[in-house]
Design a protein. Sequence first.
Length: 168
Amino acid sequence: MKSKDLILLYEYHYWANGLLFRAAAELTDAEFTAPLPHWPRGGVRGTLAHMLSADRGWRVRCQTGESPERTTEDMFPSLSDLTATYAEEQERMLAYVGGLSEEQLAGQVSYSFADKIEKTNTLWQLLMHVVNHGMQHRSEVAQMLTEFGHSPGDIDMFYFWNELDAKG
């Protein structure tokens, strides 16, 4: 995996997540915090908090091999609290990914979860997982937002590339 390609994927990841956060800003507080019965993470707040927890969790695991404490939706009474924390994590992740060499990306990372069973994977695969995991939950949040009447619009990478091309 080329480091410049991974950086581009993370830029897309955060671009698409930004569309969700902008659309979520149109929700009422009740809509933002509402548990939705057919969504595994509860609702918009729960799923966005899970996305933050996954991004942070995998970054810390990749950097240290340790599992950080999980981020839960209760930690974010408002969208602005969640948005601010997510922006901080985005900055940390982009700095981390941006500083990795191709040799480091090809290296192995050992880590464990709460079950204390040690696992080992290639670093670039774990970092790709973060972006792919985000896509699953972006699609869920996009559906929830659309049901509330606030579609985030197109979140496909194609539209991200078009914006990059338009900027020159």
